[in-house]
Write a protein that binds this ligand. Sequence first.
Ligand code: GZL
Length: 631
Amino acid sequence: MSSKRLGIKTIKYLSALVIAVSLVLMGCSAGDRSGVDTKEGVTSIIGVSQANMREEWRVALINELREAISSSLDIQIITSDATGDVDKQIRDIDNLIGYGIDLLIISPCDEKELADKIKEVYDSGIPVIVMDRAVEGFDYTLYIGPDNEVIGQQAGNFVGGLLSTDGGRVVEILGRPASIQGKERLLGFRKALDEYGNIETSKLYIESETKDAAYDITMQAKGTIAEADVIFSYSDSMALGVCDAVRELGLEDKVMVVDCDGFKGADEGIDLVKQGRLKATVSCPIGGKEAFDYALSILGNESGVPKQVILRSNLITAENLEESIERMNRQSNDDGRTIKVGYSQVGQESNWRLANTRSIESAAKKFNIDLHMEIADQSQQKQFDAIRKFIEEKVDVIVVSPVVETGWDEVLWEAKDAGIPVIMSDRNVSLEDPEEGLTTTYLGADFMEEGRRAMRWIRDNVPADGKKLKIMEIMGNEGASPTEERGKGFREILSENPSYYIAYSEHGDFTFEGGQKVVRDYLENNEWDIDIIFSHNDDMALGAISELKEHGYSPDKDAVIVSVDATRDAFEAMVRKELSCAVECNPIIGDQLMKAIRDLCGGKQMPFRIITDEKIYDQSVAEDYIHKRGY
Ligand code: GZL
């Protein structure tokens, strides 16, 4: 199998050349601070490009950042207001760079229109924190924002619960077209509502997602509104217009209004719930404090900065209003005491796992965590036993890296009943009712994206030359989230590339021997006619390589081999020209995990998900990186 592969190094070099040329042409050179009257002692400047300062949420973000920075004498922020204009936001970014900023925080007017500009700044070496609206791909340092589909689901579950007994009518107020976050919230709202029968929904469209437009449409649709039980709008500003109209129509005692945003300003979500005009609001977390904390870590070149932090949203009603306000204002008061943690680890099945365990053990010492780790040798029953043991020992926090996705509800209810929070580390679970708060947060990789990266690399580096190339897939253990999601992500890109197809797919359980067995079994029944091997982890890929050599075949020549994990053994195999490509899955999550545990015990609300930062490597860069690999 001959292939004229470009490799990652070549692609990187070409893109850096384009950036360098375009920056010179645009006269956008490295920053010059002469134009900024920096405070005495300022060592770093953070540029903040805000989409607009019209929406309360965005003003709140700037205020949170300013408040967070006020205690740091060596950091200065420069803010810009794009007034909702994409071209102006691009100019704002160039101006901020011109001031010599060390890090950019941006909340994009339009995540599609700004994606190239964000990538350009990121590729130029200036760290970029994207907030609120995630751009496609991963060409930024860190994304912090809400999960808008979950926000909609929380609202939908609440409305469904309100009407579940007698059924009812729900009116949605929505923009035409709806904003990106509006679309995601509506998707989640409808998904949740679909779980309930006997609820009729109708839609009222408005040209702009504003208070006045929502007021007008509600007044005009008096007949529909009078027949409704609930009106749903996905932002505070629209909800205020709806509430004003409902009051005007004298229907406040008949129609309930539910919305999203839950901001803290006058006549916004929290206030409208307090006034009794909103039945419920689902908060859209702002993340300014988190952005500042991570900005300090990034400027300090600290390891373990994640790729995405998906902030937690909360349902707020009159019943839980005081508690909600207290939680929103709570500062983390970590008193530094020793925290007792029970950790149920999957096993010792791979080098990745061993590196993961080492990372957790060393971080526990650094963060004053009394760690009790139980290794389950890939047995779910052993994990159940360990969790029950931790409950008996009354640990402060339980952490689980689950061997498979399902079957956890019962034991997690036992932990919840015992008042012990559970964090999912490395892998996640699929629960019968995710709303029950049985887990606190998920810290790990985006396995779907790892699978997509593997197939994108194949598409870009293994030309089919008019043939249909056969793929052998060596999968991890059945039911494990990395197995399921890497397979899904791979197939998502595969479906767009008909010159490749999966001809053979078997489980190797993430072990070296498992990889050997898959290849051995194939060769017992077939001549070797596979063009590409996609292995869900390095250990199985290395087992496959060993078996191919045993049978006289040349790895990378008789089959291109793509793996996930990117452990040191994988780099050595790439240097030997046996492994072709390794998609990184970072096991070094100990520091992030222990920081999350200390925040949790300090009273801070945990994000829904913390997604680790990962890259992709192939033979063209293996020599450059191998000495930097910590695992
Ligand atoms: C991924 C992790 C997987 C690794 C394997 O986060 O759970 O399990 O990819 C490991 O090497 O066995």
